[in-house]
Design a protein around this ligand. Structure first.
Ligand code: FMN
Length: 432
């Protein structure tokens, strides 16, 4: 039997503690975003379709990106019990300097297209959080302006070696003079991947006004107001003749770049050199043997060769072959701090986030990037505490199992690993 009574007015009043409404719309929106996927949803609402799709999309059927994200979802964590980790240290030493978190901001081209604050927002947010920011050769903010936005933090420069070598090397020299400490040489772009969304949207640089874009602009006035009232949207370091990003890449990129270019770059760059876009064990071993300071296992966020290997699947095998002292980094598909923790556990020294950053930027400029970093930080810290580890160094392969979904029929042979090539498929070898 339930005993009933008249409601007590003072208890009722206690229940009616309404939260003060947040009048700042940007803050309200960002506070409500609990995950990077939430930031993506806000970004989609606020950004014109062509710009959002340029960011969100990948090459061809976008299988590489979907598989990379799936690979992060298909893991099992193994926590230790009764190992108190009341506070965790997420800081790490990477490429000769500190980072407060085990991730940095990946290089992205044409960033002011997504939101007018562009690279300056990314660089200043990264500086405030104590993580590195990478400026792309195809950036829309100059090397010097990025330095001004992040004067005391770490800036890295991503280099595309273009047909006109003088332009590329000139940019590298400028970045070195501005105090950028690391050069990231991207090698997975001999030609542009087929970004079909851009083709279908008729996306061009600079953006063109068509009936479609005007209709699409109606519910997104702020993007357009920003676009029309801020400095012209253009590549900060390159001059262009217009076209889609793919057409621009094809006219600028040199499909004949080779190890010789790496040697030349090493001759002109005084700081650390990282090769980005490494996609197999053999190349990883060769680059580490050549003495590069780091490699990034990446398929360019699935924007180049569709159905390319999943970097997170390659990771354990590469780490095993190059040795755990080599600086192996990883990107593509990271949407959650737990993805980063899993990567570190499997041997990555560092990770990069591309779209997660851009979703934050589109959702709310600088504050949106701050929010993205905060979300990933919270997820990293919580995952570490739940695993019972207090430092990143304590993370080990035993903390993560990669579950098998795609099993290769046959494993291509890899240098230094002849025995494995005949018997065990790659995905099986990464299952612990
Ligand atoms: C919109 C966009 C532009 C990009 N531009 C560049 C670039 O100019 N140079 C480069 O090396 N990588 C570029 N990338 C790839 C990123 O550096 C990174 O490898 C990728 O975004 C990682 O995958 P994620 O987006 O799933 O984090 C770009 C990625 C995106 C999404």
């Amino acid at each position: 039997m339930v005993t009933r009574q008249l409601p007590n007015p003072s208890e009722l009043l206690e229940l009616m503690q309404f939260k003060k409404p947040e009048l700042n719309g940007r803050k309200r929106r960002l506070d409500a975003a609990l995950t990077v996927s939430d930031l993506r949803a806000i970004a989609k609402r606020r950004t014109p379709k062509a710009a959002f799709d340029y960011t969100d999309g990948a090459a061809e059927a976008e299988l590489s990106l979907a598989r990379a994200r799936q690979a992060f979802e298909d893991i099992e964590f193994h926590p230790g019990i009764l190992k108190p980790a009341p506070s965790v240290d997420t800081s790490i030493e990477i490429l000769g300097g500190p980072s407060a978190l085990p991730f940095g901001i990946a290089p992205t081209g044409f960033t002011r297209l997504m939101q007018t604050e562009g690279e300056s927002a990314g660089a200043s947010a990264a500086g405030a959080a104590g993580i590195p920011f990478t400026l792309s050769t195809l950036g829309t903010t100059s090397i010097e302006d990025v330095k001004a936005a992040n004067p005391n933090g770490r800036n890295w420069f991503q280099l595309y070696v273009m047909r006109d070598r003088d332009i590329s090397y000139g940019l590298a020299t400028r970045a070195a003079e501005a105090g950028f400490d690391t050069l990231m040489f991207t090698v997975d772009t001999p030609v542009a991947g087929a970004r079909l969304r851009d083709k279908r949207n008729g996306f061009a640089i600079p953006p063109q006004l068509t009936i479609g874009t005007i209709i699409n602009a109606i519910p997104r006035p702020w993007w357009w107001i920003d676009f029309l009232t801020t400095p012209k949207l253009e590549f900060a370091s390159l001059s262009t003749t217009g076209g889609t990003v793919g057409e621009l890449l094809n006219s600028a990129m040199d499909p004949t770049i080779s190890y010789e270019d790496l040697e030349i770059i090493r001759g002109i760059w005084p700081g650390k050199i990282v090769v980005k876009g490494v996609q197999n064990v053999e190349d990883s071993v060769k680059l580490v043997d050549l003495g590069v300071d780091g490699i990034v296992l990446s398929n360019h966020g699935g924007r180049q060769l569709d159905r390319a290997p999943i970097p997170f699947h390659l990771l354990p095998q590469v780490v095993r072959e190059v040795g755990k002292d080599a600086t192996v980094m990883i990107d593509t598909g990271i949407m959650n701090g737990a993805d980063i923790v899993a990567s570190v556990a499997l041997g990555a020294k560092f990770t990069l986030v591309g779209r997660a950053y851009l979703y934050g930027l589109m959702a709310g400029g600088r504050e949106g990037v701050d929010r993205m970093i905060e979300i990933l930080r919270t997820e990293i810290e919580r995952t570490m505490k739940l695993l019972g580890v207090s430092t990143l160094a304590e993370l080990e392969p035993k903390h993560v199992t990669q579950l098998q979904r795609l099993v290769p029929v046959a494993q291509p042979s890899a240098r230094r690993a002849p025995a494995r090539s005949k018997t065990a498929p790659a995905a099986a070898s990464v299952k612990r």
